[in-house]
Design a protein around this ligand. Structure first.
Ligand SMILES: Nc1ncnc2c1ncn2[C@@H]1O[C@H](COP(=O)(O)OP(=O)(O)OP(=O)(O)O)[C@@H](O)[C@H]1O
Ligand SMILES: [Mg+2]
Length: 348
């Protein structure tokens, strides 16, 4: 569905400054995959999506989308994809159903076909009760579902969603995903596999929704695998050993170091009663650590295995936390909603 080789994008800013927004992205996406592109503000996610959707010309490299080259056959690419940009695309004074009908007409459907498709999508995305409402009166979650509906008007085999859930509350995020995943399952059941490429800042969302996570930073792919594989390969588990008193921490740390090596053991701050042991398989490390503590006559107050998060993965890859880097000046966006979106992103 997607094949890029060394895709780059430079922007000239001012007289002699160049922003290297995307620095050689090579990516293959198979039909039916659900891929989350995860990365900090300014990492190059939107720029990449805009090249793949033919809205921006690459500086160098190649990209085929749905079998067509984005530079030589942009119109064929556009006919095969849906794109929901960061921020909303819908006109605010239109009624919800009229907006969808209009989009269908833009894609060459006649009035009846466009009406039928609009009604299907309103039903599928739970917007039928709002069909006659003005777009501007919708809640954030309803509006984002309308954006997704617009992206799906021509029933594309490939859908790009740029931060579909940014700014939504947890309930609306969950609801949006429920709808998107159901539509995808329905399409698969009907023998029309739907490929979805989405960008997100939300670590938990990439973790639970996507089958594959592509981590992008400074315009490059720095990791590409399933969330589980990334976590076990790059971050590993943490076993937290709780001593009965802070005084026993040095002895506990020393025996953990004998079992697991100095580099995998850490004690956070003075006065803590917890020793952290990094291990590829925390559940297996526990009995062995408990036996060693026993043999040394150290009583443990508790043991906990903490599975890594995608933020631990990002930290392991870059030395920075994605949570910290997400709070940034942010990229310039053409959307009128970008200012409110940026503040809401920071909350995340
Ligand atoms: N039109 C432009 N002119 C100059 N620089 C740009 C332009 N568009 C993007 N950039 C820069 O390119 C880099 C990548 O931006 P991009 O919007 O692709 O990041 P992003 O990963 O989508 O970020 P966000 O998570 O904030 O949406 C940033 O440094 C941004 O400031
Ligand atoms: Mg972006």
């Amino acid at each position: 569905m997607i094949r890029t080789r060394g895709l780059t994008k430079d922007f000239a800013v001012g007289r002699n400054e160049t922003v290297h927004a995307v620095r050689g992205i090579t990516l293959d996406v198979e039909p039916g995959e659900l891929v989350a592109v995860l990365g900090p503000n300014g990492g190059g996610k939107t720029t990449t999506l805009r090249m793949l959707t033919t809205l921006l010309a690459p500086t160098s490299g190649t990209a085929q989308v749905a079998g067509h080259d984005v530079v030589t056959h942009p119109e064929r690419v556009r006919a095969a994809i849906g794109y929901v940009g960061q921020g909303s695309g819908a006109g605010t004074y239109q009624q919800v159903r009229d907006e969808l009908v209009m989009q269908g007409r833009v894609h060459g459907m006649d009035r009846r076909a466009a009406g039928r498709r609009a009604d299907e999508l309103l039903e599928a995305l739970d917007l039928a009760p709002q069909a006659r409402r003005k777009v501007e009166s919708l809640s954030g979650g309803q509006r984002r579902r309308l954006d997704v509906a617009i992206g799906l008007v021509q029933a594309p085999p490939l859908l790009f969603l740029d931060e579909p859930s940014t700014g939504l509350d947890p309930h609306n995020r969950a609801n949006l995903w429920e709808h998107v995943l159901r539509m995808r399952a329905d399409a698969a059941a009907a023998g029309r596999p739907m490929t979805i490429v989405l960008t997100t800042h939300y670590l938990d969302e990439a973790d639970t929704m996507a089958e594959r996570v592509v981590v992008v930073d400074h315009g490059q792919v720095i990791a590409d695998d399933t969330a589980d594989a990334l976590k076990s390969d790059l971050a590993g588990d943490r076993v937290l050993l709780r001593a009965v008193s802070p005084g026993q921490v040095p002895a506990l740390a020393a025996l953990a170091e004998r079992a697991h090596g100095t580099r995998s053991v850490s004690v956070d701050d003075a006065g803590t009663d917890v020793v952290t042991v990094r291990s590829a398989d925390g559940a297996r490390a526990v009995p062995e650590l408990v036996r060693a503590a026993d043999a040394a006559g150290l009583v443990l107050a508790g043991v906990q295995v903490v599975r890594p998060t995608l933020d631990d993965v990002f930290l392991a890859l870059t030395g920075r936390s994605l949570r910290e880097t997400a709070i940034d000046a942010g990229a310039p966006e053409s959307s009128t909603e970008s200012s409110t979106e940026t503040t809401e992103k920071e909350v995340a």
